[in-house]
Design a protein around this ligand. Structure first.
Ligand code: ADP
Ligand code: MG
Length: 682
């Protein structure tokens, strides 16, 4: 936007320092911010027939007062005012809370108009507004803003109206005419106006449609410009791996690769060979066989004369990966070493030494890998597992380690497409969407907590067959301490229950890594048959003999996390089971349990999860890099998102985007974000 709109809100008549301060609390600093501060909903004042109105819906309705108002006080300063009212032939009740002054305005047999929420069961409107006489509102819709400080709804509407009067003429069209025409969008000025002063619902709809597209388009332009510039400004290594050796390695695996694995392997090998730097996300459901794919890539890089690194979020996972990579790669003469914070003293110094000399080919570990003390002789390929746990910033730090190594991010959390292109929009994406043949689907059941007895006998049946079981304990978001206590309690109960028959182990985040190690070893060697644990076993853990997973308080987990947990079983050739102990009160909670029981497809679950929980919660943690949009909603507006993405991609690739005047506005937006400042990217 232009300079006029970038001025402080204090240039508006009637906005002084004090008001400006309140507006600042709402992150409104400039005229432009004010114009783009959209209502979060609209009050609907259309008159409707009672028969059209659903339970709990908001209505505005005229009627004739049919009883004297009765006013009762309760508590301190709380009151309830009740009348009966005739609406057509219906007699309904109208209740006003804490507006005792209305009593004097209500007169028997007079017409009044009330606005409120319709309770169809009680035939009652809980009203928040009343007007004597017929409805005289001139607009059907009034915007409702989320407000802070001393700002009132009325005030807000006035400020925005003044902003339009003083500066409306400076609102420019942001989109090229071709796009406005192509999608039949309303122009920017009208769209902004309609958001704040709509005449009817259709106005809002059209305004929103346009602004959502614009918001997504700008976002995607930034992402794709970033991607283009990262590519062009960060040359990678042309890794000339030895094709015959890599081929031989693949042939030597105990199984043929699935089609999906083969496809992804060739995408990765192409990236390695290319002189551009690899920046790729690999998604594959739990058990889809990502480790082998990683091993092939790492092996290829080593045959090209480079070292590789594999970074994972937990020590347990690091150990397991180290073990499987050693198993796969050492027979081919590669040296793989593990580096975590528990590798100390002389051993640590040795490993660091050998990594810097280049005698270690593959280094596997936790965050420790990207600390300064670790120097590689010739780092060519970095792989991270469960990358969504690392933030955008860490992704960048990692890419900057070594001399432009190729980077592959792996995740077992299938990421819904919309999130993948927003959160990871600057990357190339590979997907393993096929399971190795012969896997048995895990059977999942939802049981109420009072069925615990029966659940435990089911567990016992599996144990008697010589199998093992995981029992995952309640997740209490606020407190790690409470999580641990829960696990301890369940452990005590189960130890007692399986007394003299089976051994029950306990695993939680407060154990030292030595203790964790001991517990995990005891479970993987079947010295312990039941493992009670908090969610620390979530990722990577591999005990094929475990066929039973019981999850307490399953309603507290997101679908994706439940799916991850469930993925701990079903790793061997035997039928596995997952039991969700849950008593969700909400519709959504129950729906989640049903979906879990119905499908084993991680992608289906992730889409559902996104729908039910929203993008912010999807990754379970804040600062996950999920962008915040003013108006757009990634879930509901995903079609627009895809359209915008395609358009952005075409624009960024075309020459005209960088030269033509009609793209000026969009180009300016990119400049303001620093995306186009090449220095920042190097
Ligand atoms: P992920 O890391 O994707 O969860 P893994 O790489 O641990 O999955 O693979 C899970 C199991 O499947 C491992 O035991 C692995 O050896 C096996 N596996 C991988 N690829 C195949 C394949 N193409 N055919 C059969 N088994 C496979
Ligand atoms: Mg390369």
């Amino acid at each position: 936007m232009n300079q006029y709109l970038k001025q402080s809100v204090t240039v508006l008549k009637g906005i002084g320092e004090e008001t400006a301060e309140s507006l600042a609390e709402m992150k409104i600093y400039t005229v432009e911010d004010l114009l783009e501060y959209f209502p979060y909903r609209y009050e609907d004042y259309r008159l409707r027939e009672l028969s059209e109105v659903k339970h709990d819906e908001k209505i505005t309705i005229e009627g004739k007062v049919h009883s004297e108002p009765s006013l009762t006080y309760y508590g301190r300063k709380k009151s309830k005012l009740m009348i009966r009212m005739f609406v057509g032939q219906y007699l309904i009740k109208v209740v006003f809370f804490n507006q005792p002054y209305l009593k004097s305005k209500i007169v028997m047999n007079e017409t009044i108009t009330v606005t409120g929420k319709w309770d169809a069961h009680r035939q009652t409107i809980t009203a928040n507004e009343m007007q004597v006489g017929q409805n005289t509102k001139t607009t059907d819709f009034e915007p409702v803003y989320s407000l802070k400080g001393k700002i009132t709804t009325k005030g807000m509407r006035k400020f925005i109206s003044i902003a339009f009067q003083q500066f409306g003429q400076y609102i420019e069209e942001s989109l090229p005419l071709t796009l406005v025409k192509k999608y039949r969008l309303v122009d920017r000025n009208s769209a902004l106006k309609a958001m704040h002063f709509p005449v009817n619902q259709e106005d809002v709809k059209q305004a929103r449609r346009r602004l959502v597209y614009e918001e997504f388009l700008l976002f995607q332009l930034k992402m794709q410009a970033l991607r283009k510039f990262e590519r062009e400004h960060s040359p990678g290594i042309e890794q000339n791996y030895l094709e015959t050796k890599v081929e031989k390695f693949i042939q030597s695996l105990p199984f043929p690769l699935t089609n999906a694995q083969s496809r992804v392997v060739s995408e990765i090998l192409n990236d390695l060979k290319s002189p551009l730097r690899m920046n790729r996300l690999l998604q594959g459901d739990v058990g889809s066989g990502k480790t082998v794919v990683a091993a092939i890539g790492l092996y290829a890089s080593v045959t090209a004369g480079y070292q590789g690194a594999l970074m994972v979020p937990t020590e347990i996972l690091a150990e397991q990966h180290a073990e499987s990579l050693k198993g796969l790669l050492e027979p081919f003469g590669l040296r793989c070493e593990l580096l975590t914070s528990s590798v100390k003293g002389k051993r640590r110094r040795e490993i660091l030494q050998q990594v810097s000399e280049g005698t270690v080919d593959i280094l596997i570990g936790t965050h420790a890998l990207i600390q300064d003390e670790v120097t590689f002789k010739k780092l060519g390929f970095v792989i991270t597992d469960e990358q969504h746990r690392f933030g955008v910033e860490q992704r960048r730090v990692l890419r900057e380690k070594g001399e432009n190594p190729d980077v592959l991010f792996m995740t077992a959390t299938p990421i819904p497409r919309t999130l993948a292109i927003t959160v990871f929009g600057e990357m190339d994406v590979s997907v393993i969407d096929e399971m190795p043949a012969g896997r048995k689907a895990i059977e999942t059941y939802w049981a109420k907590p009072e069925m615990l007895g029966r659940v435990l006998s089911f567990v016992e049946k599996e144990l008697v067959k010589g199998h093992q079981a995981y029992v995952i304990c309640p997740l209490i978001e606020e407190s790690d301490k409470l999580d641990v206590q829960n696990a301890i309690d369940v452990h005590t109960t189960l130890t007692h229950h399986f007394q003299n028959r089976f051994k029950v182990g306990l695993m939680h985040g407060r154990l030292s890594s030595d203790e964790k190690d001991t517990v995990m070893k005891a479970f993987s060697t079947n010295e312990v048959q039941v493992l009670v644990s908090t969610t620390v076993v979530e990722v990577g853990v591999n005990v094929p003999n475990a066929t039973m997973m019981v999850i307490y308080d399953a309603e507290r987990f997101g679908l994706s996390q439940l799916h991850q947990l469930r993925g701990r079983v079903g790793r061997g050739s035997d039928q596995s089971y997952c039991i969700l102990l849950a008593d969700p009160k909400s519709e959504v909670g129950q729906e989640r349990m049903r979906i879990m029981a119905e499908t084993n497809d991680g992608f289906v679950l992730s889409e559902k999860d996104l729908e039910l929980r929203g993008p912010g919660d999807f990754f379970g943690k804040k600062q996950s890099g999920v962008p915040e949009f003013k108006l757009a909603d990634m879930v509901h507006d995903y079609r627009t998102l895809e359209t915008a993405r395609n358009d952005a991609s075409l624009m960024i690739q075309s020459k005209t985007f960088w030269t033509r005047k009609e793209y000026q506005y969009l180009r300016n937006q990119l400049e303001n974000t620093g995306v186009l400042e090449g220095e920042k990217l190097d």
